[in-house]
Design a protein around this ligand. Structure first.
Ligand SMILES: NC(=O)c1ccc[n+]([C@@H]2O[C@H](COP(=O)([O-])OP(=O)(O)OC[C@H]3O[C@@H](n4cnc5c(N)ncnc54)[C@H](OP(=O)(O)O)[C@@H]3O)[C@@H](O)[C@H]2O)c1
Length: 314
């Protein structure tokens, strides 16, 4: 066999192995995530499946958080994350890092169309005119000409005005999907009742210690995608050394971080773990080759303290 043929066979074998792994992994997911498909990275190394939002837009199920990722180090982190296979980047006006995220994207050299970029309108920018202006400012800071997802960061201020601005920007094609963050069931219902476009996403605090089972049901009922912020609770309450997560991880040769992300994945929840370390980023992407059993899922369900780990942000 000549070298080219040999290479083609190896590539085909790699492709088939990756497809089989993904098929096995997708098969364990619930109905709501049955539309998961593979998104190969530029390097062909990491593959992140995606969910389909209620308007047909596809969103990677694991992305990179960017809170406190800033400056030249932050730019490098973003470029590293992209080179490893992260395609979803989650930023916000209030993080003060949209310029760094934009610079990191350019540094990575990736085609913008391969990315899914989220930003959020902050409370002080609420209301129709202000939200529109804030959106343009975010776009300029990021150096982009559209966003994949724009969220109302917190349900405060003139929420209805902000939403109407976002609906208009969505219709103009400047945002591919619009959604909310930190909304309660009542606030979601209110928004849906009073507007034409349903939110595609509700991004809320969700991790093993705060599992939000009620919101999980409400969101499913509305066909809204749940997205977990602080999927590790930033390690609070010693989540990274939690004995239950560690014992489960030991069975599969995975870390507590990987067990946490896999648990979210099997529930069909989008996660945006944040890391400034390449080793952790790699770990956070390496969760698609094992499956938590029903007993594992039940054991993790018992870790719920049903209370926020971030009372200072309430
Ligand atoms: N909508 C909202 O209101 C809201 C609120 C909070 C956050 N968010 C979004 O959600 C994202 C994620 O939440 P977060 O940043 O608060 O916290 P997080 O992702 O729960 O935790 C981040 C911490 O975990 C560590 N870490 C990451 N991967 C690890 C691994 N594999 N092993 C061990 N440690 C690991 C990181 O340290 P290293 O850097 O050392 O890896 C960092 O200290 C944010 O960045 C932001 O984009 C949204």
């Amino acid at each position: 066999m000549d070298q080219n043929n040999q290479k083609a066979v190896i590539n085909r074998r790699e492709f088939l192995e990756q497809s089989a792994r993904l098929a096995a992994s997708a098969a364990v997911l619930s109905l709501s995530t049955s539309k998961l498909l593979a998104i190969p990275s530029k390097t062909g190394k990491a593959i992140v499946p995606h969910v389909t939002l209620n308007n047909g837009v596809k969103m990677p199920i694991v992305g990179s958080g960017t809170l406190s990722i800033n400056g030249p180090t932050g730019e490098k982190c973003i470029a590293d994350a992209i080179s490893l296979g992260f395609r979803l980047l989650d930023t916000a006006t209030v993080y003060g890092n949209e310029e760094a995220v934009g610079a990191g994207i350019r540094l990575s050299g990736i085609d913008r169309k391969e990315l899914f970029v989220t930003s959020k309108v902050w409370v002080e920018d609420s209301g129709y005119e202000r939200a529109k202006k804030a959106f343009e400012t975010s776009l300029n800071k990021l150096g982009l000409d559209y966003l994949d997802l724009y969220l109302i960061h917190r349900p405060r201020g003139d929420v209805q005005g902000s939403w109407k601005a976002m609906e208009d920007l969505y219709r103009e094609g400047k945002i591919k999907a619009i959604g909310v963050s930190n909304f309660s069931a009542e606030q979601l219902n209110d928004l849906i009742r009073n507007n034409k476009i349903k939110p595609a996403v509700n991004q809320i605090e969700t991790h093993a210690y705060f599992q939000q089972p009620e919101m999980y049901k409400v969101i499913k009922k509305h066909g809204i995608q749940m997205e977990a912020w602080s999927p590790f609770a930033q390690g609070r309450n010693e989540l990274f050394t939690n004995p239950t997560l560690a014992a489960i991880g030991k069975k599969y040769n995975k870390s507590t971080a990987q067990v946490s992300l896999r648990w979210h994945y099997q529930r069909g929840i989008v996660t945006i773990p944040r890391s400034s370390q390449v080793a952790h980023m790699k770990e956070n992407l390496n969760i698609f080759d094992f499956k938590l059993s029903r007993a594992d899922m039940k054991a993790i369900a018992k870790l719920d303290k049903n209370i926020t780990q971030f009372p200072e942000w309430e």
